[in-house]
Design a protein around this ligand. Structure first.
Ligand code: GDP
Length: 221
């Protein structure tokens, strides 16, 4: 990626950017500590994304980054949207959880320029309740959208270096995820989302190509 710069943090649907021509956007969502910042930095070849909302996992905003801006008109090729910490389930008041959850639901249902949702899950652990909530939320939103407006949903199992890349342990992590998607997430076994693995450790860049492949596929008209 040639250039990345922070545009804004959005706490409500009304805050989302409304360019004249829609700009495709990709979203990275996952529980805090799942390895999201590390993965995003690996995908974008950055050391650290600069954001104005650095309040250590307590932000309740969708953070918009402009990627690959056109030199002449300043238009980004795409937006990368960082959704911190699945805030609808963390240590916040009930009211806060509900409003954050509502924002997610509306966003997945109606945001037209949304092209890909990367849902990050730690490969070492079974998906948590918040992950199940997200699986269901995305599935319901996709069901409601007309076919022409469906976004891609990709599950990313992070930190696979910690399970040693071993075929058996990776297989187990994938099976665990499939089991969760079908039994609790309501996904039909015949229409499962792609499940990929990643590691941001050292210089392996494991999973980076897969992520870019999904992004490129989703941007092409
Ligand atoms: P975030 O809270 O989801 O943004 O997670 P971070 O990217 O900040 O990572 C949380 C912790 O996990 C940090 O200590 C990272 O160094 C570590 N971490 C992130 N990704 C990986 C990975 O792929 N492999 C290993 N071994 N550690 C990772």
């Amino acid at each position: 990626v040639a250039g990345v710069d922070f545009e804004k943090s959005c706490a409500a649907m009304a805050d989302l950017p409304t360019p004249e021509r829609p700009i495709p956007e990709v979203v990275f969502v996952g529980r805090s500590n799942v390895g999201k910042s590390s993965l995003v930095n690996m995908v974008l070849n950055r050391k650290q994304l600069a954001s104005t909302s650095e309040t250590a996992g307590h932000t309740r905003t969708f953070d918009y980054y402009r990627c690959n801006r056109n030199r002449t008109d300043g238009r980004p090729e795409f937006y990368l949207v960082d959704v911190p910490g699945m805030g609808f389930a963390e240590n916040v008041s009930r009211g806060m959880q509900d409003s954050w959850r509502g924002l997610h639901e509306r966003y997945f249902r109606v945001r037209e320029s949304l092209r890909v949702v990367f849902h990050l899950i730690d490969s070492r652990r079974p998906p948590m309740n918040t992950d199940v909530t997200l699986m269901n939320m995305v599935r319901e939103a996709l069901d409601e959208r007309p076919a022409s407006q469906r976004f891609a949903y990709v599950v990313v199992l992070t930190k696979v270096d910690k399970i040693g890349y071993r075929e058996t342990s990776v297989k187990k992590a994938v099976e665990q995820t499939v089991e969760c998607l079908t039994s609790r997430g309501g996904w039909p076994a015949s229409h499962l989302p792609p499940i990929i693995t990643s590691s941001a450790a050292k210089k392996t860049r494991h999973g980076r190509d897969d992520i870019w492949r999904h992004m490129r596929a989703a941007f092409s008209p």
